[in-house]
Write a protein that binds this ligand. Sequence first.
Ligand code: ADP
Ligand code: ZN
Length: 673
Amino acid sequence: MNFLPQFQSFAEVALPGGTPEPLTFGIPQGMEILRGSLVIVHLRNRKEPSLGLAVRTHDQLPSFPVKPLEKHPSGMIFDESYVELVEWCARFYCTSLGRSLDVFWPADLGKWLSPPKTKTLKTPRSRIPATPETAESLTLEQTQAMERLAPMLDGTGFRGALLHGVTGSGKTRVYLELVQRCIAQGGRALILVPEIALTPQTRDRFQRYLGVEVIVLHSNLSAPERRHSWAQLLGGSAQVVMGTRSAILAPGLKPTLIIIDEEHDSSYKQQDPAPRYHCRELAFHIAHRQGALVVLGSATPALETWEYARRGNLQLVQLKERARPLPLPHVRIIDLKQQVHQAKELLLSPALREAISETITQGHQAIILHNRRGFATSRICLTCGDAMECRDCKVPVILHLRHDALLCHYCGRTYRAKAPCAKCGGERFSFAGGAIEKVEREIVEWIPGANVVRMDRDSVQNIGSAERILTDFRAGNFNILLGTQMVAKGHDFPNVQLVGVISADTGASLPDFRSSERMFQLLTQVAGRAGRAKEGGLVLLQSYNTEDPVLRFALQHDYEGFASWELDNRRELGYPPFAKLLSIQISGKDLPLVDRACSLIGQALGKFPQTLALGPADAFISMVRGQHRKHFLVKGPNPAALRLVAESALESLTGEKLPGIQLKIDVDPQGLF
Ligand code: ADP
Ligand code: ZN
């Protein structure tokens, strides 16, 4: 074939949705393409043209024929700092550019790029007053916090602060003030929130006070909302954006202020697919590169964050008192060892039952937390004693009454509740391990006048229903809100005087180096929902292990005491924040192949004296969806050392035929399982 060089210059184009690494295309004569240009290319295996991001241009003639690219009709060019960010994210989390764009670009980005045809877009679901409302005047502590934070908006380099405020201290009021300053100075603010269900009220509040539109970004927007948000963002007119995790790298916004509310929340870490990034890490990187202020807010900061602040890498700004002149609620432990109700296999102790009754009799409300979905957490065969597990996942299946079925929480497979025992064919069962639906039934049966609403992933199918439950509860249509950890976060219900925790035993959660931290955070957060507007808030924690230090610290509302105790443990065991972790998971249907991959990786990992590799071990859940899972845990002094290890693990498998074997690399894994 007669192949003539048609092009003088070329572009490497990163493409979401398929090819992990950038592909080379020719730039037609006279077309100006820069790093950051949005382009359209035609791929052999796709009917539709694809949208891509030019990440490098050059004039080295490739050794293979290349196709031409086209400029995107919008002429949009993302700036250098944005391209650099995505590249950094891909590198830091050991994945490709293409996969990163998959995560941060909406699937239909191309659609939102062309200027909208309609003249004016309706702003959905938002009321922006002509004259902004005034908010309550700041408390003394809030004023002092602002005096520390406002000067950090100078935009001259990395600025970072931890706003550590007890529950109800009015952190949101400080965010409002800070965002207002930020936009008054011509800046742009990004507010990240953990839970979509919490966004609507918060957004309204910001909008009313700031008098500018707050653009929302999360994965559950309606079509008109999506169109509107992306048009504003890409059109460059967004001043304030509120969103969940992936908003951190939304194209088009170059924030000068990034607020991460409830920064300890595990939703800030992406699990699947890669890049398994953490918002906090990306926020730090943005602030370093672009000169921005990062404010991390929480009553129970992640221990990493606390340690950064202790070392002086973040300014520590504290709110030690509640904004309304009210004490923190009184916390009591109910010793389950001493409670007779166990004989009757009830989940609610008499003490908790009485407290609930009393609370609702007085016209107040209660929040009850139980972090287990379903009705019963195991089905035991009364003939052979076998506890039924999911065929494909080797985890106990959970009885759900509504479906009258046993459900695997890992793969979603369902089994008939009365299906004969797989071991012995037995047909009589005991359903043990009380989950939340059982608590609900007990409340209804045992507490006269109870009007309970349940909030968990089974009762909440979409944001609408979560919002409705919260609004109804706030309006007093229910006197008891029963839920999983969903109910612990951020809500401000003035009439809640009692919080009850069905099981506050750390030991009952997964064996993970973060179990204590998670339990402390959960207890403190949920306790913080009680007594926010009236004296006499009460928190009751049911537990078998009443001497557990985690409970003792929660009892005293002593975050700092907890942090220093738990940091000592972490230091001793060489866990974050005193080391960096990398987890490498190998999975596949064929066990010998999984083992072969493990041995290759094991050899590769042995070559790095700076890091310590543990494994291969069976993953805690050793089989999911019929896939065997093994993993390595690597401890190292810094991310760079771990990245070398990860790359060498990946390399060790190239050239080897390992069909069906998958490798999952997680930098800074949140949990070990
Ligand atoms: P946090 O997020 O720190 O738990 P919130 O922002 O939810 O706290 O505030 C707790 C309560 O205190 C809210 O009802 C809020 O309206 C009220 N509040 C906050 N700041 C003030 C203030 N300066 N004056 C009066 N009330 C305030
Ligand atoms: Zn399963």
